[in-house]
Ligand binder design. Sequence first.
Ligand code: ASP
Length: 335
Amino acid sequence: MGRIVVITTGGTISARRRGTGYTASATGWEVLSRAAVPPGVSVELDDLCSLDGPLMTTAHQLTLLRRIHEILARPEVDGIVVTHGTDTLEESAFLSDLHHHDPRPVVFTGAMHPFDGNADDGPGNLHDAVLTASAVSGMGTLVVFDGKVFAARGTVKYHTVATDAFAAPDSGPIGEVRGETVSVHALPSRTAPLPPPPRTVPELPLRVDVVTHHADADPMLLRAAVAGGAQGVVLVGSGAGNATPAFVEAVAEATERGVLVALSTRVPAGPVAELATNGGAVDLVAAGAVPAGTLRAGQARTAVLSALLATAEAAERRRVLARALGLAPAPAPTS
Ligand code: ASP
């Protein structure tokens, strides 16, 4: 019989109406007891916390990551499911995946309809996640939602209200769940796992800000992030990762100060590509930004966070970030 530990953290899957809106409130036991347990599987509950997704912090995510590793240290456990608010699910799931070094799966899920609604999708998603956790191996951290199986890397919340809320714009789902059957048709593309973050993190919150380029954008916000103590910044460029010559200057200044800058894009699919100059990705990368491949802002930020947690040394941080992104080691900036 497969033994799956379900870690509950809050989110809409546990939300009840409180006054004017919904907020996480049902206990882990209440959430778990409404889901059908797949045949041949036994489930153990770990009621970790009760948070709305937007309230997740690095400290909560590190607590979750450590709990995952503690549970994986138990040989009798076959897999882990994490219920999580969908707003930041892709970030916590990717953090888990970046540090996942075990064949047994970690499967994240949640719900778009609240616990006390009359069309709740949570029990079905939880059943499918538990089934998947008991059925697959060697796939790192997954997201199971609305009958689809996704690799954590590259998966984003792409609809604000639909039950089919997650997508992997560059790779699509890698499998599906129908009834009591899980079919997986592709292996997730993963990078070599990073070691677990150190147990004592010197200063939290570790400031990693996200700044977006748009028409009229002013790099003042990027400079303000650095002045405010950011050790990392994700610059979300337009197109294939482009901005302006003024942003190139600000990226060079930030990099010179040892700030780790990742370059993502606000376009929903496709990689950052060094095609354009005059403030484009060619110049931003030359100024020190590390192109984030196909990772969107939330997961690019998570990769930067993992690199910052790994070491205090600027060149080593760039190396760890490149590894997390699946790139060749990021070269030192040329300007
Ligand atoms: N607001 C919710 C959250 O906790 C949304 C959800 O869980 O679906 O992220």
